[in-house]
Design a protein around this ligand. Structure first.
Ligand SMILES: Nc1ncnc2c1ncn2[C@@H]1O[C@H](COP(=O)(O)OP(=O)(O)OP(=O)(O)O)[C@@H](O)[C@H]1O
Ligand SMILES: [Mg+2]
Length: 393
């Protein structure tokens, strides 16, 4: 039963706490309604056509593999159609890669001396679609056969929620804070969880992550550097992943900066409105000041790529198209060609803490699904191309 009586408190702290408690109850009720109490998120099945497309073969090629026994038969529905689980797709990739003459055809991840790719989404403008873009990239890359680690650097824990953990309902286990903290930091391995999505692991966030900002203010006075806290943690697990995707909070504090010191690529999501552009300009000005201050101390920040991503793009909205045009004219290559379209399919999926990749095409209006999916695919493919280019391919 939702509480709806007026808030009645003697002090401001009680007033604020009552609001927070009431919201928490409402959120818990929403989550328990959306998921059964012991709900565990799982990945949908993929049709034969979609599976073949993801792997980069034809459905006939898969059928031949099943017939000659080289690829295990998946489940078949009542009308005789094959459906594949994420694990089965992952397994088929391994088998096909082992038998392929062209390395990386089915498993496009790191080889030999390829360096780990660390992609950070950042912008201190709140709501610029950092978390939405991060989860879509994670899912896209994992479906393409990359080993992905998602790191949630935002105490709001949106990315953690997308990965199937309910920060509002609490979860057991460590968070990335435990690997970054200044006292008794844990090995990063202990702070990472497998997710229900094959190929995707998560270093989750919890509210306590905001302590990192406070701790750093104290420890940096004692000369303990904050900027190696995350990069050292990532180094411990580097061999297990091809790509790390970092989501940042809407601020340019120590957490975001710790991410920046680990990142090989920066993506700045930007909703095309003048207010957002102005805010992003301030963000970049501050970032330049910070980087310069470090450079003066001889501490280098080295990222290979910097890109803007136009988010919630609406081709029918003339003013926003003009801003997108301005950004492209100003920065050319620094603006990703792909944009992520404003879509009710993406917003509705987010209500269920899902990406568009987790939604069945048959569950919503097909044209709506196709447009949203095509834009997220194009964004993922462009970043994958960037990754391959950084590996010299
Ligand atoms: N392509 C899209 N179409 C429709 N809605 C979108 C799209 N991308 C993001 N949104 C919605 O915009 C809102 C903000 O997105 P998101 O949480 O990803 O932003 P953020 O930058 O991570 O926010 P914060 O700064 O608070 O971390 C969310 O409600 C999300 O569902
Ligand atoms: Mg976010």
């Amino acid at each position: 039963m939702l509480q709806t009586t007026p808030i009645d408190a003697a002090t401001q702290s009680q007033f604020t706490r009552q609001i927070s408690d009431r919201l928490q109850l409402a959120l818990t009720a929403h989550l328990e309604h959306a998921y059964s109490p012991d709900h565990v998120k799982s990945l949908r099945l993929f049709s034969a056509t979609e599976t073949a497309e993801l792997i980069g073969v034809t459905p006939a090629f898969l059928r031949k593999g099943h017939a000659d026994g080289s690829l295990a038969e998946p489940a078949v529905n009542k009308s005789g159609r094959r459906f594949y689980s994420g694990d089965e797709i992952w397994e088929m990739r391994q088998i096909l890669e082992a038998g392929s003459r062209k390395p990386g055809k089915y498993r496009p991840g790191r080889r030999d001396d390829d360096h780990l790719q660390v992609i950070q989404f950042m912008n201190f403008k709140g709501g610029s679609a950092k978390s939405t873009s991060a989860i879509h990239l994670c899912h896209y890359l994992a479906l393409q056969g990359y080993r992905v680690l998602a790191i949630d650097l935002d105490p709001q824990s949106s990315l953690t929620g997308f990965c199937g953990l309910n920060p509002e309902l609490e979860f057991d286990g460590q968070s990335v804070y435990d690997a970054m903290r200044y006292e008794d930091a844990l090995p990063m391995q202990e702070c990472i969880q497998k997710t229900y999505f094959p190929g995707l692991d998560l270093a989750p966030a919890r509210l306590i992550l905001s302590e990192f900002e406070v701790d750093t203010a104290v420890y940096s006075q004692e000369g303990v550097p904050f900027y190696t806290r995350l990069s050292n943690a990532i180094e411990q697990v580097e061999v297990d992943y091809d790509v790390v995707v970092i989501d940042s909070p809407p601020s340019l504090g120590y957490l975001t900066m710790a991410g920046l010191f680990s990142a090989t690529s920066i993506i700045v999501p930007l909703t095309p409105s003048m207010l957002d552009v102005a805010s992003t300009q301030q963000f970049l000005q501050m970032m330049a000041d910070y980087i310069e201050a470090f450079e003066k101390q001889g501490i280098e920040i080295e990222f290979e790529d910097f890109s803007f991503l136009i988010t919630r793009d609406d081709p029918s909205d003339v003013p926003s198209q003009q801003i997108t045009g301005l950004m492209r004219a100003l920065f050319q290559k620094q603006v990703l060609s792909a944009t992520t379209l404003r879509s009710t399919a993406v917003a509705d999926a987010a209500m269920l803490k899902c990406s568009i990749f987790e939604i069945n095409r048959s569950d919503i209006t097909r044209t709506t699904y196709d447009r949203a999916r095509a834009s997220m695919d194009a964004f993922g493919a462009e970043v994958a191309g960037m990754i391959q280019k950084n590996w010299g391919r």
